[in-house]
Design a protein around this ligand. Sequence first.
Ligand SMILES: Cc1cc2nc3c(=O)[nH]c(=O)nc-3n(C[C@H](O)[C@H](O)[C@H](O)COP(=O)(O)OP(=O)(O)OC[C@H]3O[C@@H](n4cnc5c(N)ncnc54)[C@H](O)[C@@H]3O)c2cc1C
Length: 501
Amino acid sequence: MVIGAGPPQSAPGIPAKGARFIVASSGVHQSSPTPVGHAIVVGGGMAGLLSARVLTHHFAQVTLIERDALPDSAQHRKGVPQGRMLHVLLPRGREIVERLFPGYSRDLEAAGAVPLRVPADGLLLSPAGWLDRRARGWPLLSASRPLFEGIVRRRLREVPSVTILDRHDVTSLLTSPEGQGVIGVRLRPLENAGTITRLEADLVVDASGRGSRAPQWLAEAGYPTPTATHVDPNSAYACRVYRIPEGFRADWKLVMLTSAPPSRPCAGYLFPIEDHQWMVGLIGAAGEHPPTDEDGFAAFARGLRHPVIAETLAAAEPLTPIRSYRGTANRVWHYERLRRWPERFVVLGDALCAFNPIYGQGMSTAALAAQTLDACLRDHRRRHSVDDLDGVARRCQRRLAHANADPWLLSTREDLRYPTTTGMSVSPMIRLVHRYLDRVIAAATHDPTIAERFLQVAGLMTRSTSLFTPRVLLTTARTRPPDTSTLPSSAPPARPPIRTS
Ligand SMILES: Cc1cc2nc3c(=O)[nH]c(=O)nc-3n(C[C@H](O)[C@H](O)[C@H](O)COP(=O)(O)OP(=O)(O)OC[C@H]3O[C@@H](n4cnc5c(N)ncnc54)[C@H](O)[C@@H]3O)c2cc1C
C-alpha cells in the first residue's frame, strides 16, 4: 500500500513522491519481482549502505540519508567515531558483502587491504595457550574501517536507483494520520538547520547506529516504549597506527593476544592494514582500561600475556596519536516484543543490537541484517501484491532478533566471565558452558580440527551449536581445562606449511 499525506515537499535532488515507481529489475537478483516504490535508509554506516543495496532489489528508488558529509574516498568521519579503532571484517560478513557487491574483495585488495590466513599467518594466544596454526581457518582481508566502508559506499554510488543525501539529519518519523504506519521522515539539512523537510517513502529503515533515536521517535508517534538489555563488561579500547619498519621480517603477519578472563582482562591485537601500516589495539575489560599516554600505552602492551607486541612496537614509528573508545557495552532493544509496531518501519544494525566489539561481529551482523531484510521482503512479496507491505516490518523485526541471537550469546556469554560485568546474572547453565568452552579452547591449542571448528564459530561461519557435537564433546572430555591465571608456557608456534585442502 502506498500512503500519501498531502503533496510532499521533496528534499533537493530527491524525486518527489506521489507517482509510483515501476522500473525494470536491475538483473542482480533475477528472482525478485519488479522493484516498486521508494525506501529510505537512515544512516550511511555499514548497516545502512548494505541495507540500501538490498532494498534496490525491492524498491524502484532508495534514498540513503546521512548526517555526515560522505567523502569519495576512504576517510574517517565524525559520525563513525569508532572508525579509528581496530576493525576486523569476519569471513561471514565479507561473504555477504561480496554477494551484494561482486568484486568487493578484489576492490578491497586493490586498495591495499592485506590478505591473510587465520591462524596460519598469525600468533593467536587464546586463554589456554597458542592456537594450533595448522588449522585451515579462514582467509581475511585486513584493512582500516574507513577502507571497508569506503569501498562499499563507492560501489553503492554506482547503483542508479540509489540517491545518497548526505549532510542531512533525520529528526523524526512521519506517520500516517491513523498512526498505524510510518510514511517517511522529517529531515533537516545541516547547512540550514532551521528548515525541516518531509520525505515520504513506502519503507523506512533506521540504521543510524548506537545513537539511534528510534525509541524517542516511536514514543512521539504514540507507540509503547521498548525495553533494552545492556550487558557491560566495562571495557575500553586504545588504538594507534604505526608504520611497518622497512625490512621487517617475522613468520607472522598478525598477532592476537586475547584476554584470559577473569584474572587477565587485557588484550592486544596487531593487524597489518593498507599503506604498509599496523593497526594496534590494546583493550582492557573489567575496568582495566588501556592508558592513552605514551608511557602508559607501552606499559600496558608490556603487561600483556606475551611481550611480542610490545617488543615489535619498540622499533616501529607511530603515525597517529593514541586514541581511545569507551562505548563498548552490549545493548539490544527488544522491538520484537512490543505489542504494537508501526507498519513499514525497520530498525537494524547497531541501532537495534550493538555488541562488545572485541569479538569483531558488528559489521558482519550488519551484513547479516541486510540479508535478513532482503529475505523478509522477498518472502513477503512472493505472497502479497507488489505494493502491499502490511505486516512485513514486524516480521522482519522478529527475524532480525533471531539472527542476532547467536552473536549476542557469543559476546555476552564471554563477557559474563568477569564477575564485574553488569546487566545479566550468570546462570548455572552459563557456568557449565564456560567450563565446557574452556576445554574446547584448550583442545584448539593442539588439535587443528577443533581449532578449525572454533574459528568457524568465531568467524560467524557456523552457529555456536557446532561446538557441541559428539566429536567435539569426545575430544574435550580428554582435555584438561586451562589455568588462565598463568602465562603461556611455550614459545609461539612457528608458521606451518600452507594447507591448501
Ligand atoms: C571500538 C569499536 C571497535 C569495533 N570493531 C569492530 C570490528 O573489529 N569488526 C566489526 O565488524 N565491527 C566492529 N565494530 C562495530 C562496527 O563499527 C559497527 O557495528 C558496524 O559498523 C555497524 O554499524 P552501523 O552501520 O549500524 O552504525 P554506524 O557505523 O555507527 O553508522 C551509523 C551512521 O548513521 C548516521 N546517523 C546517525 N544518526 C543519524 C540521523 N539522525 N540522520 C542521519 N544520519 C544519522 C551516522 O552519522 C553514521 O554514519 C566496532 C565498534 C567499536 C565501537
